[in-house]
Design a protein around this ligand. Sequence first.
Ligand SMILES: N[C@@H](CCC(=O)N[C@@H](CS)C(=O)NCC(=O)O)C(=O)O
Length: 141
Amino acid sequence: MYGRMGMSYKNLLHETRWLQYPEIEPTAIALGAEPTMLNPLTNTPFYTIPFISDPNHLTEDGKPTVVSDSIKIARYLDEKYPSERTLIPMGTLALQGFVFEYFVNSVIWPSFKLCTRSMAELVPDQGQAYVSCNLFLTDCD
Ligand SMILES: N[C@@H](CCC(=O)N[C@@H](CS)C(=O)NCC(=O)O)C(=O)O
């Protein structure tokens, strides 16, 4: 949520790479992005978009800093690119974190299967098997 929107709001030059579902985990691992949660269906590490790779700030081993998870991305952008355009105004982090987590846990996950029922038909071929198996735990080979 805070990836592209945050960078656009802060007028930061950036490039977007669109990924198909099956590309998320390998791309995240290759870049060094942390998993953001455990998959509630399988209890295994779950890699999600958005994640950002920032070539303006290198790690100790000379690689771009990689940040995953919307709230962490917002905090990172505010810290590294301070401006009047703040993504998380001072003193609101706990509230924003709570509202976001509450919304995700109480609305998004419970309604997930309902909302994404037709998703398998909408994504390109390679994503259909992924969506069926990983989101609905059906048709897994
Ligand atoms: N806590 C993460 C959640 C992001 C998230 O759930 N992203 C979904 C797409 S909207 C995702 O990457 N899902 C990967 C998958 O289902 O394999 C954040 O706020 O950035």
